[in-house]
Design a protein around this ligand. Sequence first.
Ligand code: FES
Length: 265
Amino acid sequence: MAAPTGIKSPTRARIAARTLRTDRWWLYPTFTALVLLAFVVYATYRAFVGEHYFAEPYLTPFYSPCVTTECVEGSSHLGTWVGDWWPLSPAVLILVIPLSLRLTCYYYRKAYYRSFWMSPPACAVGEPHRRYTGETRFPLILQNIHRYALYLALAYNVLLTYDAVMAFKSPEGEWGHMGLGTLILVVNAVLLGLYSLSCHSCRHIIGGRLRNFSKHPVRYRAWGMVSVLNGRHAQLAWASLVWVAFTDFYIWMVASGTWSDPRFF
Ligand code: FES
């Protein structure tokens, strides 16, 4: 049998107790697991339900862009070029992009490795696994696609910004409309944009591999700004996650007639 790795490896200190910590270290991973689980259940239901995703002029981010012929009238801002061959809800086609970004995000990796795989559950708390191979093998080696997921997500953010702009158009087709839904969609686009810009890969793309910052003043400035956001990446990850679910929920309620959208202009 191969020699154990990780905390059971022969080079690690022999400590019988799983942890010597006396604080409530389990609170963070438990809370994280509950929130992520709630989001996954909610998003899966909404992605497959295939209704109440458009309340003119609001299109929920879960179904944007809506590109199959199944999309309800008025919701296909980019046309229905996918046609009718796609057998599932149109949301499933789209959600692959934000999902791949979040699943491979450095922050979420830490969060779900701790919460679900307990690898390790917290600092200075032993993990239950005998072996540790990191992200060197399939399937975790696929985490390396993160940079490419970011490129797609940046394009997706442009579409969500477009949706937020379209939310200033009234159902009658006139510009200057503003309802509570407009504000919610604007905040959603801003939060998702900030979350993407604060990404570690984004920071590396902007300022990485430079030998000399003084020869690249523009990139250096941009790197400085992105670095400030990067320090808030975890908070932006949570805020954008909760807000995108809230945005969808709000539009669901308006589209289903459960409540009406307060209109300011
Ligand atoms: Fe979180 Fe890139 S590290 S989105």
